[in-house]
Design a binder for this molecule. Structure first.
Ligand SMILES: [Zn+2]
Length: 384
């Protein structure tokens, strides 16, 4: 019996996802050594009791953040990270329906909707049917919803939670889909596709304002917001990189503001998706310096969310990645100085398992090796 199952699963693997997209070579001019100049001390949170049902859920995704990249960031921050102290840890399989090596659209769809799909598809089945995401489920359950990212809001991961489209490259259509998303707190970049460089002459930013959203074009303005719903589109494309120093605490401030506003006078709870979006971009460029700083910026946000969840006592926090990027490995490092040396084998994604971490109310259900869609179902079971 056991043998039959093994044969069957191998056959499924071959039929479903064993194919040969050309591998992308490593990138000339990449950066493979880095010493982090500004380490920080992680927050310390107490474990929560088991058996609690979460009222609020924060789902946090580091785009491209595999075990290798996390290990490098951990060394760079002197052997400490917020997310690695979350008590429940496992691994998930990232492959999509038509490729072993997924992209963020197919992986995001699995994480957002609980169903695997083909590469490039945004919360859509291969036959074109639209899928409900956790955002939809949360709204149906009377919960508030939010999305906070540092990339374009039309980019694949946030889009899989808030929009539907068979093609991730339809940036203008996807941006316009936020008009009917019903999401209460929307914050990220991508104004080029909301207004500035649209080819159809529409101004989605103005249109969402006409629908009753309070609209903001900078994080500074967003901090003054007092009423939901909120749409903050704070950059033409991505926000400035964490390495450049120009981002400052803007990612942290956006997420803290979303927690404040989504939780205020709210008996039903909320679902919030937060993405450390640009880790992946820098791994594509084989830049360990910028990728590590993106992970550390994301991890500071994780620390803020863990501290908030501990105080709240009814919040579940899950952190994971959609896939791993850059076929990176950690070759050398020094925890005392925060120096790392890595190698990159390519400038694309790969098919390695990625980790997940859980903390807070209901976190004890997260354990072991799962499919990406199963991780999604574990979360959405708490939303319905
Ligand atoms: Zn990528």
């Amino acid at each position: 019996m056991k043998k039959a199952i093994v044969v069957l699963s191998c056959a499924m693997l071959l039929a479903g996802c064993c194919n040969s997209e050309p591998r992308k070579a490593y990138v000339e001019g990449g950066v493979t050594e880095y010493t982090c100049p500004t380490p920080y001390t992680p927050v310390v949170v107490n474990p929560m009791s088991k058996g609690l049902t979460p009222k609020n859920i924060v789902f946090m995704i580091g785009d491209g953040m595999g075990i290798e990249q996390l290990s490098a960031a951990w060394v760079a921050n002197r052997g400490a990270l917020n997310m690695v102290q979350m008590p429940y840890v496992g691994l998930q399989k990232t492959y999509c329906l038509d490729w072993l090596v997924t992209d963020s659209a197919a992986a995001g769809t699995a994480l957002a909707t609980g169903e695997k799909t083909n590469k490039g598809m945004i919360a859509t089945r291969p036959n074109g049917e639209e899928l409900d995401s956790m955002m939809d489920l949360a709204q149906q359950a009377g919960k508030r919803t939010g999305v906070v990212v540092v990339c374009r809001l039309n980019d694949a991961t946030p889009a899989t939670f808030c929009c539907n489209n068979p093609d991730r490259d339809e940036a203008e259509d996807i941006s316009a889909d936020y008009l009917t998303s019903g999401v209460d707190f929307i914050a990220g970049g991508g104004m080029d596709y909301w207004r500035t460089k649209r080819t159809d002459g529409r101004d989605i930013f103005a249109e969402i304002g006409q629908k009753g959203y309070h609209t903001y074009e900078s994080v500074g303005e967003l901090m003054e917001a007092t009423e939901l719903p909120v749409a903050a589109v704070v950059a033409p494309l991505e926000m400035p990189s964490a390495l450049s120093g120009e981002r400052g605490d803007n990612f942290r401030n956006m997420v803290s503001k979303s927690l404040d506003m989504l939780s205020k006078d709210n008996d039903e709870g909320f679902f919030l998706m937060v993405e450390g979006s640009c880790i992946d971009d820098w791994l594509h460029a084989n830049r360990v310096d910028a990728a590590v700083e993106e992970i550390l910026d994301f991890d500071r946000v994780v620390g803020d969310v863990l501290g908030w969840a501990e105080q709240d006592g009814e919040t579940l926090v899950v952190v994971t990645a959609d896939h791993s990027t850059g076929a990176m490995t950690l070759l050398w490092g020094d925890i005392a100085t925060g120096s790392v040396e890595v190698g990159f084998a390519n400038g694309g994604h790969n098919g390695i398992l990625v980790p997940y971490f859980a903390y807070g109310a209901g976190a004890e259900k997260f354990d072991g090796l799962v499919e990406n869609y199963e991780l999604s179902k574990l979360i959405s079971d708490y939303i319905k």
